[in-house]
Design a protein around this ligand. Structure first.
Ligand code: 16G
Length: 202
């Protein structure tokens, strides 16, 4: 192996941060702990982020998720590209340095140490509506081997409740036509005369 190639593998596989930093959450997990599911009627069997199911945990993204298949999971949604650990950590830091804007939330299979679901709430600051905040639902993906556990509804509902909790006046999303019934079942609607986007109002 030439030195350029071996350096590439060293950088890709070495944990570049200590264990404490690797597990540090992208945002305050206390926000998830406070979510109120009392008005949510579309989940069966009392599934919430507080009780996601045996061996599952819903939490903010952390740097160690690079080694838990987070990027491989995203590649089930779209092209991800070859992202080095350094690049991943840099992007994580950039998000963390914008508190209140990026809430990348994951479902971990704790027995496997594997990320099996993810969705992001991103918040935009506005001048309209009295300097309001708008939420966007982004990069929703659930490992297709974990179908039938309501994980799609769970992760979307979690970040939707989070949007409400952090003060967004609405949450919007883009999705393929075939996904509209799924988002509709969670409360997202196409507004009359404005059906290129789907939103939920709080
Ligand atoms: C979907 C996603 C969007 C994601 C895009 C990636 C949801 C609700 N929508 O539209 O967040 O960024 O796919 O596809 O998850 P692209 O790489 O073709 O833009």
């Amino acid at each position: 192996m030439n030195s350029k190639v071996s350096q590439y593998f060293i950088n890709k596989y070495k944990p570049s941060v200590g264990p404490e930093e690797a597990e540090a959450p992208l945002y305050d997990p206390g926000l998830l702990a406070k979510l109120d599911w009392s008005k949510v009627t579309h989940m069966k069997g009392g599934v919430t982020n507080h009780a996601p199911g045996e061996g599952l945990r819903v939490r903010p993204l952390c740097k160690a998720d690079y080694d838990r298949g987070f990027l491989q999971l995203l590649s089930q949604l779209t092209k991800v590209g070859d992202i080095s650990r350094e690049k991943f950590n840099e992007r994580f830091e950039a998000m963390k340095n914008c508190p209140g804007h990026y809430y990348v939330t994951v479902i971990e299979d704790t027995d496997q140490g594997k990320i099996v679901g993810s969705a992001t709430l991103s918040c935009e600051l506005k001048f309209i509506r009295g300097c309001a905040k708008r939420g966007r639902l982004e990069d929703v993906v659930v490992n297709n081997e974990y179908r039938g556990k309501q994980l799609g509804k769970l992760i979307v509902s979690t970040v939707t409740l989070l949007a409400n909790q952090v003060g967004c006046y609405k949450m919007g999303l883009d999705c393929k036509d075939e996904m509209k019934p799924f988002y509709g079942s969670i409360g997202y609607t196409s507004e009359k005369g404005n059906d290129n986007t789907m939103i939920i109002r709080f």
